[in-house]
Design a protein around this ligand. Structure first.
Ligand SMILES: *Cc1c(COP(=O)(O)O)cnc(C)c1O
Ligand SMILES: [Zn+2]
Length: 403
């Protein structure tokens, strides 16, 4: 048995193919590249039951990941996060079969660890010594820490107002860290120039084809945790949309492999954004296949503050093909939802996750989600990574006071 059944890279726009044995970024036509596998060869040789003997991390799916050699795997044990029942919150929003895929418990406290683990491992396999990326915080933290574990150096540029904890994570890892007085798109331009001049390996969102494969494992896990049945709806807080594209890709591969029955309905995928940055929602409402740059974007849910995603057409296609939708929520209401989730379920979710719970509530109110449907919400990170979003006045006692 081979460790990986990776075949090659292909362009979803113009179908040109590329090798996974050398560095490749975007297609010559400007599109991101996707990884394809020899599923025909794998089918039958390896079954879902074989997984049962494996460790509970994302490398349990190594046949469906792009790293060819086991010894290139850089891991901190990421993956196989809990799929948790939320009966009280579900009752409150009248979705009794509400589930949370909780990415808050993964190394670095956000699901970006998945993309970083697979991306850094593949970079190591390709002989990369120095990587570079723009980030809104969590990705930079994950990639710089995984790069450190791979003894690779990293250059990270993030907006000055990105969550300060992510800045510290990068700095602690020994990254060459810079802040930019602007947005992730401004950071991206500076990185692009540095990549050209210094020959750094560009791991910007979707300019590197393997991050998506790491994020894909969320979809593999959801399917495995539901015993190879699919939920009716999956809601995902969408910035660059990599997770959503990845989940969709995972479910398609599982169908092709036969681990999911071919007549099993695909879940309706929902892209959740903030009203302060909703380019995908705007495009979806107009029935378009590409989004436009969102001017002056702003939201407390920093991970989804992406004014123009390079893979927007892949996100939109996934929404159309699954009869999904895109929906925007406002910052104040998502903070209330964050509090409700903590009060009702003891789950301190990140603002992006809270946005997705709020979106589920709203879609239920519109009857877009039916009461008997099984709904999975991705909580993409831990609430404790965003201490500044919570402000309470708490009474202070003097020693000897009673309450
Ligand atoms: C990056 C990020 C997102 C958005 O992820 P994409 O796959 O880029 O859409 C959502 N939530 C959190 C916490 C993030 O860090
Ligand atoms: Zn192309």
């Amino acid at each position: 048995m081979k460790f990986s059944y990776v075949s090659h890279l292909y362009c979803p726009k113009c179908s040109k193919t590329y090798s996974t044995e050398e560095e490749n970024h975007l297609c010559a036509c400007g599109s991101p590249l996707l990884v394809t596998y020899n599923l025909d060869e794998l089918r039958g040789k390896f079954t879902a039951d074989d997984l049962l003997k494996r460790a509970p991390d994302l490398w349990r799916y190594h046949e469906l990941l792009p790293v060819r050699q086991n010894n290139n795997v850089i891991s901190l044990g990421e993956g196989m996060t809990p799929l948790v029942d939320l009966p009280a919150l579900g009752k409150d929003m009248s979705i009794p079969r509400l589930l949370m895929k909780d990415e808050g418990v993964i190394p670095t406290g956000a699901f970006k660890a998945r993309g970083a683990a697979v991306g850094v491992s593949k970079a190591k396999e390709l002989g990369v010594k120095e990587l570079a990326m723009p980030t809104n915080g969590n990705a930079g933290a994950a990639w710089s820490l995984y790069a450190a574990r791979a003894q690779m150096s990293s250059t990270i540029i993030m907006p000055v107002d990105a969550p300060s904890i992510t800045r510290n994570e990068c700095a602690l890892s020994g990254a060459n860290l810079f802040l930019v007085n602007g947005l992730i798109s401004d950071a991206g331009k500076i990185v692009a120039e540095a990549v050209k001049e210094k020959g750094l390996y560009d791991v910007s969102t979707l300019k590197e084809p393997y991050r998506i494969e790491g994020k894909k494992t969320m979809g593999l896990e959801i399917a495995e945790q539901l015993n190879w049945k699919l939920p009716d709806v999956i809601l995902y807080p969408t910035g660059g949309g990599v997770g959503l594209i990845g989940i969709y890709k995972a479910l398609q591969e599982l169908k092709e492999l036969g681990w999911i029955e071919s007549d099993e309905q695909m879940p309706r995928l929902v892209a959740v954004q903030s009203e302060g940055c909703a380019p995908i929602v705007e495009a979806w409402e107009q029935g378009l296949h590409e989004s436009s740059f969102w001017e002056n974007s702003e939201t407390i849910a920093f991970g989804i503050n992406v004014p123009k995603a390079i893979g927007d057409f892949l996100v939109l296609d996934a929404l159309y093909e699954t009869n999904g939708c895109a929906i925007a929520v406002d910052d104040d209401s998502l903070l209330q939802e964050q509090q409700r989730t903590a009060e009702l379920e003891g789950a301190f979710v990140c603002p992006e996750g809270a946005a997705s719970f709020l979106a589920a509530r709203k879609l239920r109110e519109k009857d877009w989600i039916k009461e008997d449907e099984q709904v999975v919400v991705l909580n993409t990170g831990a609430g404790i990574k965003y201490p500044d979003t919570v402000n309470f006045e708490v009474p202070t006692l003097e020693p000897g006071d009673s309450i």
